[in-house]
Design a protein. Structure first.
Lengths: 793, 356
């Protein structure tokens, strides 16, 4: 019989252990690799969009006429690396925008040549298929294009291509020009700003900034780190669980190994075989987990992609199966986890008797407060670090420190609670119950800590997400005072359009909102300009402001959003200097408004203070109407000047905003739920095994006359009490976590903070879940009385 | 099948320095059937200046200039080789519906510019769609351009070439030697024994003055060059792999253009231009052209030394490439490098090799 067979025989006798180990490893690998695959892809996308960043200019004619193909040729012949872009908008709701580019000159723009291989491939394809008109885009956009059924559109081949931004189709500029009559076309000639360092523009042209090329904020990295942290939590929980299984099996296996040593097997050989076992487990768990993780990632990819593009403007998330490196990395991580878990076994003989003594001590009584000192110290240091930390990773490390400290304290706390109950209990059976539960707590220490972590994460994340949702909903209510929201679909003159909109039937208020980009120091910020006198702004929520901020704004000053205030440490009364186009301005901050939904910093100014040449100037309108249900949906068809514009009512806008955030947090919730399920399942599995160990104690009581049925009930109650108490004790940890999330992680990841709300209703649900886990564990035992356990007595 | 030719060639020519495509694929595009385009045939004649302009009924044509230059700087005696080529590739056979500028997909222009020194070769390419005015050719006054690169008439019997890239630049004053040298049968240059070929004429050139800029240093230059004008839709037969082409300028004022097309049976053709500008098509029996030595280069072994005999003209020449590697990279790679001529007469010129 080979050594391997002896090792295998342990798991043959305890198949539950093997199944538990594999299940935990697979789940952990699935969560970790799934999240890593998404965040890794997103990091690549961020790197790509960063590579594609360059300050970009739009060339315009000094005489104000629109540029055309002659202007393009003139600029090219002046030696400028200019490239045209013809955007065609079609007058149908949700119709994708057609972007025509010139593949022969596209490489001038880093956007198309800066290391986005998918997009570069698409451009090569456009060039190769010049004689067979081709539209490239995502499956969804191509489907919407087909629905448009434009005349002659059937002649164009449609092909799915990665790297094309959502909502757009990419085509050769000649193809776009052929389709332009069916929609509204806008030609732009783009130029990297660096070109003008070596050559000058021919007379008759000037440029305006099309894109400042500022790096996407570190916010997106923070967001990804957030997810990685959740993945790491799953791994931590798994590590604890795996270690608990090994520690549990330690005594059983130590005996086997001792016998093998006595039979002459070298210790080094035993270690080798044990290491092989560790690797095999990691290999199987890692492989299956990575495979499942790939499926998890593709299931979550939609929402994730939306979050990235909607919240952080990061596009082009590549779809691909998990790479060999991911798999190898996962197996290595799991090998380390399992290796750590089986350290006691690996160290066999080295510690010799000491190891056994230590093991005995673990089961025995400790000095009351000695064991608490280290965790308390850990908590104190971590808490101090947490309060001082501003970097997100430091927040995570400090939070992990707090969690670990609390996790180490929790079983002791539970033990002491039960000891106190034991001392005070008058009835012998109750005293026995308390002692029995203390034994359970000791034996199930690690899985209980894992469960505590999972509970804390669930409570914390739920408070953050629900808190956000209610805050966001209230904020939207206050912010969306208009009835209709109009996007003209093209740059328009706000004064001219305001007049025309006012003449529409039933419209009583019109608020133009001019958006653009400005520079605050070296940072690019959004600029929003409104008419401060508009009644539609009256209920805007301010976090801090001078009295009557709207009246003050019409005189002087600037309002900033929370994101900008946080990032630039701005308070009411601070002077800021910013540049709008070519115009430098200095104004003092007169208010800070909440602006949930995106991470960009924003300046709010009266519309008169914003120059016409504001980079990226674009106007939308908010309308107050007498009857929001009247026929506004037909306006674009009735009024030709409204063709191509998009009207939405308040309800539609709210729904869109809420859907957006539901998607953003969906992933967080999903990961959290899965971690909780993992911890619960593992605890249930181990509980069953542990109870089997305790069968002797129950059987003895049965022999002394306690009825079988009562013992069974008692067992279930023990189990429920331990898990229930654990749930209650873990709740403060969850509250602490939610505080970290809303006050620390959120400002770092999204730029805004949220008030801390507590949701006792949800705690109750969690506690019930804990009780349920306990009940299931107890119920799985069926009959705690087995007379054969007394065989050796 | 109809579209494979031009588009394949286009992609190959445009593909920068990527993975080299197979030799068969790259040169194969030159032997695709005309597919709706006109084909150059014997009997087609050359009419000037009209034929300096583009031929939109044909699929592929080029304006091809090479020059051997010597610096006039007192302190140095530098030699340079210059190549500038503008290609026009028809996506659709002309004539086109309108000549108004617009975004169209009827033809593609691309240009190759190279500057060579012994042991050194620099190359840059540009491309453009037709129809925008970004690139084009006008017959009168002759102008060929893409972006700010331009070759064109600069007064009576004078041309000017201006090329500027990140890496190098040159501005040359050229004097084409009239009349044009019509190759083959009054301009129809056969490329195989079984028919097929291109319309082909040339101007030997004198580079009266010029300036070459390399690594920030400027050199005043003079020299001699050769301008080719060629158009057709199918240049090669399916069994032909590529060509070796030479344009030589001898010290006695004569010029020689010769090529060998490698196929199942090699095909030879040539033209001898006398010092007074009169040209004579050489019958394949009148000369012999054979490789003498090869060089290992990054794309394999290529013949870099040739023995050229034209007994009837008293020429017994040894043509030798400059040291170095003169590949113009890309999938449709070709060798375009200066040569020196020794033997019975001294001289200089250019060697072009494709299909290796």
């Amino acid at each position: 019989m080979g050594l391997g067979t002896v090792f295998l025989s342990h798991y043959r006798r305890h198949p539950g252990q093997l199944a538990g180990l594999l299940l935990i490893l697979v789940c952990a690998a699935m969560l970790w690799s799934g999240v890593r695959s998404l965040t890794g892809r997103a990091e690549e996308a961020v790197a790509q969009s960063r590579a594609a960043l360059e300050p970009r200019l739009v060339v315009v004619r000094v005489d104000g006429r629109a540029v055309d193909v002659d202007d393009f040729a003139r600029l090219r012949r002046a030696g400028l690396c200019a490239s045209p872009r013809l955007q065609v908008y079609f007058p149908a709701p949700e119709a994708p925008e057609l972007v025509g580019i010139d593949p022969f000159t596209a490489a001038c723009l880093r956007q198309y040549s800066g290391g986005a291989p998918l997009l570069e491939e698409a451009i090569d394809e456009l060039m190769a298929d010049l004689d067979r008109p081709l539209l490239l885009g995502s499956a969804a956009d191509l489907a919407r294009w087909r629905e448009l059924s434009l005349p002659g559109a059937a002649d164009y081949r449609l092909e799915q291509a990665g790297g094309v931004p959502p909502g757009t189709l990419l085509a050769d500029i000649a193809v776009a020009a052929e389709l332009a009559p069916a929609g509204r076309a806008q030609l732009e000639i783009l130029l990297p700003a660096a070109e003008l360092e070596t050559r000058s523009l021919p007379p008759g042209y000037r440029t305006r900034v099309e894109d400042y090329g500022v790096e996407p904020d570190s916010l997106v990295e923070a967001f990804l780190l957030n997810l990685d942290a959740l993945g790491a939590l799953a791994l931590l929980v798994a590590a604890l669980l795996v270690r608990s299984i090994y520690r549990f099996a330690l005594e059983q296996r130590r005996r086997t190994l001792e016998i093998l040593v006595r039979l002459g097997v070298q210790v080094s050989r035993l270690r080798l075989v044990l290491a092989t076992e560790v690797l095999l487990l990691a290999l199987v768990g890692g492989s299956v987990g990575v495979w499942l993780g790939g499926m998890l990632a593709s299931a979550m990819a939609g929402g994730f992609r939306w979050t990235l593009s909607g919240l952080f403007s990061v596009e082009a998330l590549a779809q691909r199966p998990p790479a060999a490196e991911t798999w190898l990395g996962m197996v290595l991580i799991l090998a380390i986890v399992v290796g750590w878990a089986s350290l006691d076994l690996l160290m066999l003989r080295r510690n010799g008797r000491n190891g056994e003594k230590r093991a005995a001590r673990m089961g025995g009584r400790r000095r009351p407060w000695a064991g608490s000192l280290v965790p308390l110290l850990l908590i104190a240091v971590s808490l101090a670090a947490l309060l001082a930390a501003e970097k997100l990773w430091l927040i995570f490390v400090a939070t992990t420190g707090c969690l670990a400290g609390a996790g180490l304290l929790l079983p002791g706390l539970l033990d002491r609670l039960l000891a106190r109950a034991e001392r005070h209990s008058r009835r012998p059976l109750l005293e026995w119950s308390c002692a029995e539960m203390r034994a359970l707590c000791r034996l199930l220490q690690l899985p209980l800590v894992a469960l505590a972590f999972a509970i804390a994460a669930a409570v914390g994340v739920q408070a953050m997400v629900t808190g956000f949702e209610s805050t966001f909903a209230r904020w939207l209510d206050q912010r969306l005072q208009g009835d209709l929201y109009l996007d003209p679909g093209r740059p328009v003159d706000p004064a001219d359009w305001s007049g025309r909109l006012r003449d529409l039937p039933g419209v009583n208020t019109v608020l133009p909102m001019v958006r653009g980009r400005g520079l605050l120091g070296a940072r690019s910020v959004d600029v929003l300009a409104v008419d401060p006198a508009s009644p539609l702004l009256r209920d805007w929520p301010f976090l801090d402001a001078v009295p009557r901020p709207w009246a003050a704004l019409s005189q002087q000053g600037v309002l900033v959003n929370e994101q900008l205030a946080r990032r630039q440490s701005l308070g009411v009364g601070d002077e800021i200097r910013f540049v709008l186009g070519a115009q430098p301005l200095t104004r003092s901050v007169i208010g800070i408004y909440a602006d949930y939904g995106r991470p960009e910093g924003e300046l709010l100014l009266p519309v008169g203070a914003v120059p016409d040449a504001l980079p990226g100037r674009y106007t939308t309108f908010v309308l107050g109407v007498a009857d929001a249900d009247s026929g506004w949906r037909d306006w674009p068809a009735q009024y030709p000047w409204l063709a191509g514009s998009r009207l939405r009512d308040q309800a539609g806008l709210k729904q869109a905003a809420n859907t957006a955030f539901a998607r953003t947090f969906q992933m967080t919730r999903l990961l959290n739920g899965l971690t909780l399920a993992l911890a619960g399942t593992a605890l249930a599995l181990m509980g069953v095994v542990i109870f089997r160990l305790r069968q002797r104690s129950y059987t003895l009581l049965h022999v002394y006359g306690v009825p079988r049925r009562q013992l069974r009930h008692r067992l279930i109650v023990h189990s429920m009490l331990v898990t229930g108490l654990q749930g209650i004790l873990a709740t403060p940890l969850g509250i602490f976590l939610s505080w970290v999330l809303v006050a620390g992680v959120n400002p770092a990841a999204f730029g805004w903070a949220l008030p801390l709300y507590l949701y006792p209703g949800f705690w109750l649900q969690v506690w019930l879940a804990c009780l349920l886990i306990g009940a299931v564990v107890g119920a799985l035992m069926r009959d705690p009385v087995r007379l054969e356990t007394l065989k050796n007595e | 099948m109809n579209r494979a030719g031009p588009i394949l060639l286009l992609v190959l020519l445009l593909a920068g320095c990527g993975e080299p495509a197979g030799r068969d694929a790259s040169i194969g595009a030159m032997s695709e059937p005309p597919a709706g385009f006109h084909q150059a045939t014997p009997g087609t004649t050359v009419k000037l200046p009209r034929d300096l302009g583009p031929h939109r009924r044909y699929r592929l044509e080029w304006w091809y200039l090479t020059a051997n230059l010597h610096s006039e700087n007192d302190e140095s005696d530098e030699r340079f080789g210059v190549q500038w080529t503008l290609f026009r590739m028809g996506v659709k056979p002309g004539p086109f519906e309108t000549n108004e500028p617009g975004w169209r997909r009827e033809e593609i222009w691309l240009a190759h510019a190279a500057l060579s020194r012994p042991g050194e070769h620099r190359f840059e390419s540009r491309s453009a769609r037709g129809g925008t005015g970004q690139a084009g050719v006008k017959a009168e006054p002759f102008t060929a351009w893409i972006d700010h690169w331009q070759l064109g008439s600069a007064g009576a019997n004078r041309w000017a070439l201006a090329v500027e890239s990140d890496d190098f630049a040159y501005r040359l004053q050229l004097e084409p030697q009239l009349p044009a040298v019509l190759h083959g049968e009054r301009g129809f240059s056969a490329k195989s024994a079984g028919g097929g070929g291109s319309m082909y004429f040339s101007y030997p050139l004198r580079v009266s003055e010029g300036e070459v800029t390399l690594a920030g240093k400027k050199f005043r230059v003079k020299g001699r060059g050769w301008f080719d004008r060629e158009w057709s839709s199918q240049y090669l037969q399916p069994d032909q792999q590529g060509w070796d082409w030479l344009a030589l300028h001898l010290q006695d004022g004569r010029h020689l253009m010769l090529f060998r097309i490698r196929g199942t049976e090699d095909f030879f053709a040539g033209t001898l231009v006398a010092a007074d500008g009169s040209a004579r098509t050489l019958d394949p029996n009148e000369f012999s052209l054979a490789p003498l030595a090869y060089r290992d280069t990054r794309y394999g072994r290529v013949p870099v030394e040739w023995r050229l005999q034209v007994p009837g003209a008293g020429l017994e020449l040894e043509v030798r490439s400059w040291d170095g590697d003169y590949w113009n990279p890309g999938s449709f790679r070709y060798w375009e490098g200066p040569v020196t001529v020794g033997g019975s007469h001294r001289g200089e010129g250019y060697l072009e090799m494709t299909g290796y």
